[in-house]
Design a protein around this ligand. Structure first.
Ligand code: HEM
Length: 448
């Protein structure tokens, strides 16, 4: 029993670490592309500088995303041999195609990083666009294996043998499009809020209204508008994700909302803690009928409760908190994006007050927290299954001894890597301050 806990902890830690870099690695190219477009349209060199500096950040992040992704791949084989047998026979297509997506991303990233100044604007634009396509395709392909785990199709298991394999049916499993959408828009949103958070942090530390302040204000606004737009899309797509759960993994939706009794006009519980003894969500605010609406766009929809499933097949009930955290952060970030847009474009105020800047600073870490909550919710909420109603997590795990030291060693490696990454960021941007970039000399006049 302890072994399976440690096996899950070891793999979960790797994924929790990797996902930060992978998500930012998908979100940042969109911001770099936007900066290129803005530079091309306005000829404002601040946008050219943004594209250049964000590309450096992307390169550092990729330097961690690639090895941590490789560790995840190796751990999949070592820790989950039972699962990898099904992957190898049924759902290996996404992994195979992903090699080409990664190749595309790496190739155009190299062209853009090493030859941007020699490229025409159209070629620069094309290079970043291809980086964005490659990174997004990679994310979609890899997370399609996770989509398959929740809604497995394209094979049968008869007498312990995998038969009737149809790899394309497995690839286009029922969750494919919705999961791809949720992962993509939430990554774009996170990349944008990460930019907004850093820009707001810098604005709090430099002289108000100066050239550096103005540069960061432009970056902040770009981050807030893109982040706000994609947080709205994330919420709309999240609604679709919830409907898929209602259709295909009802006990996950029931646990997400602490719903025990099957009912029409089911309420949505916000906050609080699920108590399995009293079968209620304690201290929650209930919105009548809202869960039925979330599940199927109609208030009289019957939502299945946990009591309809044997207790040993219930997901852990704490996923209610993770679900609340993800949805709460998503809703808050829609407001944050709108606040920035309204302040600048509707109220036409030239500067943000300090308390508003602090809210923007928090948006980057909050978006990343939302990503962590989303992944832990999606994977923990599928338990006890690794492949829903096909293979239990315990049956897929390695029987090898010695997983515990493995967990502690990798935990130490990630802590070390995390600290080193922060130091590399500090050192690189400390030695290449914005003031030294062409077109951003401190004596330049502010743009407004
Ligand atoms: C605002 C309303 C949102 C709703 C209604 C929503 C809904 C959902 C649902 C139902 C799932 C589970 C899908 C599954 O288990 O198959 C999920 C997963 C996930 N969510 Fe959200 N979500 C929302 C916002 C967000 C935000 C703001 C983020 C990121 C900051 C996020 C990131 C994720 C991630 C990374 C996953 C795991 C991948 C997946 O299964 O699609 N979500 N979301």
């Amino acid at each position: 029993m302890e072994d399976i806990v440690m096996t899950r902890a070891a793999f979960g830690t790797t994924m929790a670490f990797h996902i930060i870099f992978a998500t930012l690695g998908v979100g940042l190219p969109l911001m770099i592309l936007l900066a290129e477009i803005l530079f091309w349209r306005t000829k404002d060199r601040d946008y050219e500088t943004m594209a250049k500096r964000w590309t450096k950040a992307q390169a550092i992040l990729l330097g961690v995303a690639i090895p941590s992704g490789t560790i995840a791949g190796v751990q999949l084989s070592l820790l989950w041999p039972g699962f990898m047998e099904v992957v190898g026979k049924v759902i290996s297509l996404p992994f195979q195609i992903e090699i080409f997506a990664f190749f595309l991303e790496a190739l155009f990233m190299s062209i853009y990083v090493y030859a941007a100044h020699r490229l025409s604007p159209a070629m620069r634009f094309l290079s970043v666009f291809m980086v964005l396509i490659g990174a997004t395709a990679s994310a979609i392909l890899i997370t399609n294996v996770h989509a398959f785990e929740g809604t497995p199709t394209g094979f049968r298991i008869t007498n312990g043998e995998i038969v009737d394999v149809n790899p394309w049916a497995a690839f286009f499993n029922p969750s494919f499009f919705v999961t791809a959408g949720h992962v993509t828009v939430s990554a774009y949103m996170t990349g944008a809020f990460a930019i907004a958070g850093v820009a707001a942090w810098k604005m709090l530390r430099v002289e108000k209204g100066g050239r550096v302040y103005t540069y960061h204000q432009k970056a902040l606004l770009a981050g807030l508008i893109v982040g706000g737009t994609f947080s709205l899309l994330t919420a709309l797509n999240g609604h679709e994700s919830a409907q898929l759960l209602h259709r295909y993994q009802p006990e996950k939706l029931a646990a997400a909302e602490g719903l025990f009794e099957t009912q029409a006009y089911a309420p949505l519980a916000i906050g609080g803690f699920t108590d399995p003894q009293t079968k209620e969500v304690k201290y929650a605010v209930e919105i009548p009928w809202a869960l039925s609406f979330l599940a199927a766009n109609r208030f009289d929809e019957v939502v299945v409760g946990l009591d309809d499933f044997p207790q040993e097949l219930w997901p852990p009930l704490y996923i209610h908190t993770l679900f609340n955290g993800m949805v709460g952060i998503g809703s808050l970030l829609i407001v944050v994006g709108f606040l920035g847009f309204a302040w600048k474009k509707l109220l036409r105020r030239s500067q943000f007050p300090r308390w508003v800047l602090w809210v923007f600073v928090a948006s980057g870490p909050l978006a990343l927290l939302g990503i962590e909550f989303g992944w832990i919710f999606a994977c923990t909420g599928r338990q006890p299954w690794v492949i829903y109603r096909v293979m239990k997590t315990a049956d897929a795990a390695t029987h090898a001894a010695g997983v515990s030291p493995f967990f502690w060693i990798f935990l130490a490696i990630y802590l070390f890597l995390g600290i080193v990454t922060l130091l590399v960021f500090r050192s690189y941007f400390g030695r290449h301050p914005l003031e030294l970039e062409p077109g951003t000399h401190p004596t330049d006049q502010p743009a407004e």
